[in-house]
Design a protein around this ligand. Structure first.
Ligand code: FAD
Ligand code: NAI
Length: 475
């Protein structure tokens, strides 16, 4: 007799593991199938985010930024450091230890919430009153059945045709988080989030980094003023070499390095580098899921089709996270997981895709929520903009981090906040206030009238709100 559950979750990334925990909290008999294996061969929960994404990248960003501070920023504080050097093996070991601690933490949370981890690959085998799921290739092989299924199978790196990734010389996110030596010359294809974050890590550690981007525009998803400021900081001040409008041609790799032929408006060129990172986006992962056999609807780009509540075309089957429409972000996946668990338990659930914050963890960080100014202009919206620089903020000066600004966009008629854009050292934390404000349909005047602690970076959010009404106080 197959084991039977109320809910079976396929995939234990931030979408699936959070969905499973919430199902457990709600008293549903829950199992989660996860096939991930560490390089040492043991199973691991946490998906892309914990194993080869958000968490290890942020650990390396922090370590490399500390090195950058020691080398270039502490002198301004009157601190002299001689003979600082990088112990890359120790830095990577620290990152790996953080990953292990976090993934083990999810094992504990599964036990605490009575979620059964089925180790292996899950495939939808058959539907009916209950769904049959076949688990194979792991430790818990066999068939299980569940009344509800939540698909949270995530995404995988998109690779370029004719450019095989070995994660040694040519790497996607997996190899780029684990180079055993700092490459002298690092090439990166794609100036998106991964290219900028991991390009920054290796540049700070000493690599000469060149990024080739196919688009003519830099960071088109960010607000235009933020993208312009970021371009100035990353290229002129930090020395990331970014070539826009680069059409990649032949990529030839051997054991020693890589030659990338490309064409720009100035003609043909070649980039010679020791290591190459390919970061040209991610694609949904439905490998071996059995979607076709059970009639699960998938769109032309491979995303599982869902409605606003993550219901798929199949009864009692939901899909969440990177494998469905919307931004490919961990917090978006998790919130969809909570929503679906609550709907299955008979409660209401909703995720507002219009207020999902974005953060790029470069230095300075970039964060935003809501509409960009160019989007509002294209819509013909009537809006007012307020902007305030960190260079006029005492806390930012004290920290030695005067770069960047906050820009707030509000409806010209109602004053409702339509978007907030931050480029600053702690933008990832500052954006939370803007998300709350937008969720509560706040006006810029609401923020302008709220007391912000002094001295704090949050005062810049306050001043940007005042600036919407042309009454910033400190400029
Ligand atoms: P995943 O995390 O991809 O998890 C899917 C899981 O399903 C995997 O563990 C996989 O093994 C498992 N699986 C798939 N198919 C099956 C099957 N058939 N049977 C069993 N198991 C299966 N997002 C942020 O919000 N902030 C960040 O700072 C950030 N940094 C990132 C840095 C990098 C380098 C990368 C690559 C991504 C980053 N992301 C970040 C994106 C984030 O990792 C994803 O949005 C998030 O992991 C998506 O969660 P998910 O649960 O949908 O899928
Ligand atoms: P991305 O979509 O952010 O950027 C890919 C870049 O590659 C784009 O600028 C694109 O124009 C460019 N590109 C595409 N094809 C190309 C080609 N043939 N030649 C040259 N350039 C090309 O994707 P990325 O950086 O791979 O990251 C994937 C996703 O992972 C992100 O979109 C995001 O959802 C998630 N992520 C989130 C992070 C965060 O929240 N801080 C950090 C890292 C990843």
């Amino acid at each position: 007799m197959a084991k039977t559950f109320d809910v079976l979750v396929i995939g234990a990334g931030p979408g699936g593991y959070v969905a499973a925990i919430r199902c457990g909290q709600l008293g549903l008999a829950t199992a989660c199938v996860e096939e991930w294996k560490t390089p040492q061969g043991s199973g691991a929960l946490g998906g892309t985010c914990l194993n080869v994404g958000c968490i290890p990248s942020k650990a390396l960003l922090e370590s490399s930024e500390n090195y950058e501070r020691v080398m270039h920023k502490l002198a301004a504080h009157g601190i002299k450091v001689n003979g600082a050097s990088v112990d890359l093996a120790a830095m990577l070991a620290r990152k790996d230890a953080i990953v292990a601690k976090m993934t083990k933490g999810i094992e504990y949370l599964f036990r605490k919430n009575k979620v059964t981890w089925l180790k292996g690959h899950g495939r939808l085998a058959a539907g009916g009153d209950a769904w049959q799921i076949e688990v194979s290739g792991g430790e818990d092989n066999g068939k299980v059945s569940a009344r509800h299924v939540i698909i949270a199978t995530g995404s995988k790196a998109r690779h370029l045709p004719g450019v095989p990734v070995d994660n040694q010389i040519v790497a996607d996110n997996v190899g780029a988080l684990a180079f055993s030596q700092v490459p002298k010359r690092l090439g990166v294809i794609g100036a998106g989030v991964i290219g900028l974050e991991l390009g920054s890590v290796w540049r700070r550690l000493g690599a000469q980094v060149t990024i080739l981007e196919v688009l003519d525009e830099f960071l088109p998803a960010a607000d235009e003023a933020v993208a312009k400021e970021a371009w100035k900081m990353f290229t002129r001040e930090q020395g990331l070499a970014i070539t826009l409008g680069a059409k990649i041609g032949k990529v030839a790799a051997n054991k020693k390095g890589v030659a990338v032929d490309y064409v720009t408006k100035d003609g043909e060129a070649r980039l010679e580098c020791d290591r190459l990172v390919v970061s040209v986006g991610r694609v949904p992962n439905i490998d071996g899921l059995g979607a076709g056999a059970v009639g699960l609807k998938v769109d032309s780009r491979g995303f599982i089709e869902v409605d606003a509540h993550c219901r798929t075309s199949l009864q009692n089957v939901y899909a969440i996270g990177d494998v469905v429409r919307g931004p490919m972000l961990a917090h978006k996946a998790s919130e969809e997981g909570v929503m679906v668990a609550e709907i299955i338990a008979g409660q209401a659930g909703h995720v507002n895709l219009d207020t999902i914050p974005w953060v790029i963890y470069t230095a300075p960080e970039i964060a935003w929520v809501g509409k960009t100014e160019q989007e509002l202009r294209a819509q013909g919206a009537q809006y007012r903009a307020g902007q305030f620089p960190f260079s006029a903020n005492g806390r930012a000066l004290g920290q030695g981090e005067p770069a960047g600004f906050v820009k707030m966009l509000a409806d010209a008629r109602t004053d409702r906040i339509l978007g907030v854009h931050v480029i600053a050292s702690h933008a990832s934390e500052l954006i939370a206030e803007a998300v709350v404000a937008m969720e509560f349909a706040a006006s810029s005047e609401d923020i302008a009238r709220i007391v912000h602690a002094h001295p704090s970076l949050a005062e810049v959010v306050h001043e940007a709100a005042l600036a919407v009404d042309k009454r910033a106080l400190h400029i």
